[in-house]
Design a binder for this molecule. Structure first.
Ligand code: HEM
Length: 257
């Protein structure tokens, strides 16, 4: 394990009184720890996001009321900034840790190459990188779809910050055949990423004990199934349900004076 030391005068982290973070990120164990923390915080976001999205099953009124509530939160920009920083930190550390793991593995290869011959083509850390990259691609498309609204092919209703017609927008995206496939594949890979990632995050935090590890693994799998199946159910079921009861039929527009 390397023990890097930051220059106290010139380091931005020290000027911001984040020296502890700089010290932590200068060791491979510290980097894995911070990656585990960011991963678990992102899991917290997924629980909240899924709970909110399940309101799509309640129809336009329930979902739009929830979207209106979120958009009127004073601290929303701060929370969004925090979320962005979490994603960026997690992705940056994933790249660094993968490079380090590869370097360590190629050293081991050099020592006992013959024993590695029967290994599966993608060991866990490579698999985490590939599944994470697919989830990242999905999230970027998803933000373009539903957060930024960059879909010239879909006719979105007029955006009103205080009364967002988010249900209509979401159903429009999920009903588009190509988007539907992308959302199904993206959420399946999210589940697969979590099935290993959640347990691995706990290990990075030092929670590795023969007595508790099997339970942590089982809980991680259950979590991955709930989140994966929960998100995946939306592109599969919502377009069908919305086709039976089109959103336009339920949206109550105020009468003209
Ligand atoms: C598959 C079903 C999903 C649906 C229907 C869905 C729906 C939505 C909607 C409607 C928004 C806009 C919220 C707003 O502006 O008020 C949103 C934002 C967002 N979604 Fe999803 N989402 C899904 C899956 C996911 C997944 C799996 C992830 C992450 C892995 C994710 C990450 C995000 C992020 C980061 C935002 C931006 C949050 C913000 O800026 O407030 N979503 N989603």
């Amino acid at each position: 394990m390397e023990t890097g030391s930051a220059n106290p005068q010139s380091s931005l982290t020290n000027r911001l009184n984040l020296g502890w973070l700089g010290r932590m990120l200068s060791s491979s164990v510290g980097r894995k720890f911070v990656m585990g923390v960011t991963g678990l915080l992102l899991c917290g976001f997924l629980i909240g996001h899924l709970a909110g999205n399940l309101l799509l099953f309640g129809g336009p009124e329930a979902f739009d009321a929830y979207a209106t509530w979120i958009h009127n939160q004073e601290f929303l920009p701060l929370i969004e900034l925090g979320l962005l920083l979490l994603f960026l930190a997690h992705i940056y550390l994933a790249v660094v840790v993968t490079i380090e793991n590869r370097a360590a593995r190629s050293k081991r290869y050099a020592v006992k190459h013959s024993k590695q011959a029967g290994m599966p083509p993608l060991p866990p850390h490579n698999w985490m990188f590939v599944s994470g990259a697919i989830v990242l691609g999905f999230v970027l498309l998803h933000l373009a779809d539903l957060r930024i609204g960059l879909r010239p092919d879909l006719a979105f209703p007029e955006w009103d910050e205080h009364h967002p017609r988010m249900y209509e927008m979401t159903v429009a995206v999920l009903s588009n055949p190509l988007s539907r496939v992308v959302y199904i594949i993206g959420t399946i890979f999210l589940g697969l990423h979590l099935s290993h990632g959640a347990a691995s995050a706990f290990r990075s935090l030092g929670w590795d004990h023969p007595k508790y590890t099997p339970t942590i693994r089982l809980m991680s799998w259950l979590f991955a199934i709930v989140i994966g199946v929960g998100f995946c159910s939306l592109p599969i079921l919502i377009p069908e349900l919305a086709a039976v009861a089109p959103p336009e039929a339920k949206i109550v527009t105020p009468a003209e004076p």
